[in-house]
Design a protein around this ligand. Structure first.
Ligand SMILES: [Zn+2]
Ligand SMILES: [Zn+2]
Length: 180
C-alpha cells in the first residue's frame, strides 16, 4: 500500500489515480489486520493529496461475551489529506510554520512515496467494535457457573430467577408480619 505519486504531484490540480487493494495485511497496536480489500483514490489538491480509501478487512479478537475467538469484519471509508515533504513539487510545505501540525502517518516522503499503511491502520483501529462478538446471538458465559452457554445449557438463569422471587416472597412475608 505504498504508491509513488511523483506523476500526480507534478500534474494538475484535480488529477487523480485509482488503485486496487487486494488481500493486504498490516499490524497496528497489537491488532493483526488481514484480508484488506478495496479501492483507494488519490487526488491532487493545491497543497496536498486527498486520499479516499474504501476497504473491508478482517481481524481476530476475543468475543466480549464468551471470550472465545471471534472473527471481526470491519468496513472503513477513510478520507485524509497527505502532505508532501518535497517542496520542489508543490507550493506550500516550504511556507509551513511551526504551528502547523503534520501527522507523521499522513506524509508523502521526499521520494514522493505515499505510504497508506499507518493512516489506514489508524482508520481501521477506529472502526473496530468496542465489544466484538463471535456471533450476533452469542449467549455468553453464565455469571453463576461460568459455562459457555453457547455450548452448555445450564439451569442457573432459571434458579437465580427463582431465588430472587424467593427473596421477594420472604420480604413480603416479613412485611405482612410487621403489619400485624
Ligand atoms: Zn461469543
Ligand atoms: Zn450457569
Amino acid at each position: 500500500m505504498i504508491y509513488n505519486i511523483a506523476g500526480l504531484l507534478t500534474g494538475n490540480l484535480g488529477d487523480s489515480q485509482q488503485h486496487e487493494i487486494e488481500n493486504e495485511s498490516l499490524r497496528i497496536s497489537g491488532h493483526s489486520i488481514k484480508k484488506i480489500n478495496g479501492q483507494v483514490r488519490l487526488m491532487r489538491t493545491d497543497r496536498t493529496v486527498l486520499v479516499n480509501a474504501e476497504i473491508e478487512a478482517e481481524t481476530h479478537d476475543s468475543c466480549s461475551r464468551c471470550l472465545e475467538p471471534a472473527t471481526v469484519n470491519v468496513f472503513v471509508n477513510m478520507e485524509e489529506e497527505f502532505t508532501p515533504l518535497n517542496a520542489d513539487l508543490v507550493d506550500g510545505p516550504n511556507n509551513r510554520t511551526d504551528d502547523d501540525y503534520y501527522d507523521s502517518a499522513l506524509i508523502i516522503d521526499e521520494q514522493n512515496f505515499l505510504d497508506l499503511t499507518e493512516g489506514l491502520g489508524q482508520a481501521i483501529l477506529g472502526a473496530l467494535p468496542i465489544a466484538p462478538l463471535c456471533k450476533d446471538d452469542c449467549l455468553g458465559i453464565c455469571p453463576t457457573c461460568t459455562v459457555n452457554r453457547n455450548i452448555i445449557q445450564c439451569s442457573c438463569a432459571k434458579s437465580s430467577f427463582d431465588l430472587r422471587w424467593a427473596g421477594l416472597a420472604k420480604l413480603m412475608e416479613k412485611g405482612a408480619e410487621s403489619a400485624d
